[in-house]
Design a protein around this ligand. Structure first.
Ligand code: FE2
Length: 454
């Protein structure tokens, strides 16, 4: 008996010691992760039609400066920081819409970070009737630094070069969005450097990036130190007051960028209360939502399983989807499942996969062309759902969700082209082949109309 008590006491002490190590170790690790000493960037944040934030990091501390101008050899304006630091962040304001500027970063005297590929193009004016041709890139779960990540990136660059929107355009995308899990495995500062800033260095210097928060980003929270988000509606929409979720406008498109990892999915919670207000306020022609946890997937996650990701896939489907569909969302893009999955034009499916019926398919077409009657967003007029979670890794799964008939066990990313009332989408695999494509065209008589779910 005495021996047993001694053993139990010893086990108890070991458990206590482990708890102390965890309690002290995790905050210390998180605190240490807040620092990265090395060169990083530059990268472009919170682009609008008249402003952009340029961020970069240097090994040494100094007062940073950005010089900029309309030609790469005439950077005739300079903006300085007030305080010396290793982390630099300068917001340029008073810019012209839809205009290309070249820039250099440094101390404003001998800037070594400069050249013809250091440029940015401001967003066009926000306008429901915009006739801008908009091209954006979407990756998901792209944060593993590996060969697949490089191949997916290069396949996109190659495809864009071969498929320019016009003869004169530089072969690039206007901006880049992610569906979360931006740095594996824990979203540490070092992992962001290896899995995000290094592999995408040449893209980040001239392409604004709009990421969302995934579960792997949530293990350290440096995500919020690294990125600058429009919490005060700086880029359109309604002020979210939170870095976790935000919205922005580009030409005739309204984007809502949600946090399904840490923010409450409660319909009366802060995120969804803001979302409701934001959705009601937008008058844009297109509505596109990003959220990390997919409402429909049978990939490396299962949206029927209550225990999968602590039920988040189910509450996304039950609480967030009805709000988005009622607001007329055209497209919902998510990640998390390391595959590619896509629906036809569907709506009103908020239950388990076994409850999916053919009535919920609003449009199906052998050429994947979906036609909507209204020219602008209209309630419950059908949504295309896509899981883009294979931009650096492909996992196993049955891929048999009835709502997602266009599914592939392939690495890749997506390019979207929006021209007025037409949206075209391409899934490009890591060999540069288009393995899935679809289009949504709005404002055509005989197209899908608004229809109440209940
Ligand atoms: Fe994830």
């Amino acid at each position: 008996m005495a021996l047993l008590l001694r053993i139990l006491k010893r086990i108890g002490l070991i458990v206590l010691a482990l708890l102390v190590i965890y309690a002290v170790g995790r905050p210390t690790q998180i605190w240490l992760d807040g620092f990265y000493t090395g060169d990083r960037g530059p990268y472009l944040q919170m682009m609008t039609s008249n402003a952009v934030t340029i961020r970069w990091q240097s090994k040494k501390e100094f007062k940073g400066a950005v010089s900029y101008g309309l030609k790469s050899n005439q950077l005739n304006k300079t903006q300085y920081e007030d305080i010396a630091n290793e982390e630099h962040e300068i917001r340029l304001t008073g810019l012209k819409p839809g205009t290309t500027y070249f820039y250099s970063v440094g101390d404003g005297k001998n800037d070594s970070i400069k050249g013809t590929d250091f440029w940015f193009k401001t967003s066009p004016k926000i306008n429901v009737n915009s006739d801008e041709s908009v091209r954006f890139w979407v990756t998901g779960d792209q944060g593993y630094p590996n060969l697949i990540q490089d191949q997916v990136r290069d396949a996109m660059l190659g495809w864009v070069k071969q498929n320019p929107r016009s003869i004169n355009e530089s072969p690039t995308v206007d901006f880049w969005l992610t569906t979360g899990d931006n740095a594996y495995r824990s979203g540490t500062n070092d992992q962001f450097q290896a899995g995000f800033f290094e592999p995408y260095k040449s893209i980040l210097r001239n392409t604004p990036v709009w990421p969302i928060y995934g579960n792997h980003d949530a293990r350290r929270w440096v995500f919020f130190d690294i990125f600058t988000f429009p919490t005060k509606a700086e880029s359109g929409g309604i002020a979210s007051g939170s870095e976790h979720y935000y919205s922005f406008d580009y030409a005739n498109i309204h984007f809502v960028m949600l946090d399904t990892e840490e923010s409450s999915h409660d319909i009366n919670g802060e995120m969804l209360s803001w979302l409701k207000e934001d959705l009601q306020a937008t008058k844009q022609q297109w509505l596109i939502a990003f959220l990390h946890h997919p409402p429909y997937t049978k990939g490396s996650h299962n949206s029927d399983n209550k225990r999968d990701s602590r039920g988040r896939l189910i509450t996304v489907r039950e609480n967030i989807l009805p709000m988005l569909e009622k607001a007329g969302v055209d497209l919902v893009l998510s990640g998390h499942s390391h595959m590619y999955e896509r629906s036809d034009l569907i709506n009103c499916h908020y239950g388990l996969s076994s409850t999916f019926t053919s009535d919920m398919v609003r449009a199906k077409d052998k050429n994947n062309s979906y036609i909507k009657k209204n020219e602008n967003i209209s309630a419950n007029s059908g949504t295309v759902y896509s899981v883009i979670g294979s931009s650096s890794k492909v996992d196993n799964g049955p891929l048999d969700h009835p709502a997602m008939p266009h599914s592939l066990k392939e690495a890749g990313s997506m390019i979207f082209d929006v021209n007025k009332n037409e949206l075209k989408a391409y899934f490009i695999n890591n060999s540069g082949q288009v393995k899935d494509q679809f289009e949504i065209i709005k404002g055509v008589e005989g197209g899908v109309e608004s229809r109440s779910c209940f």
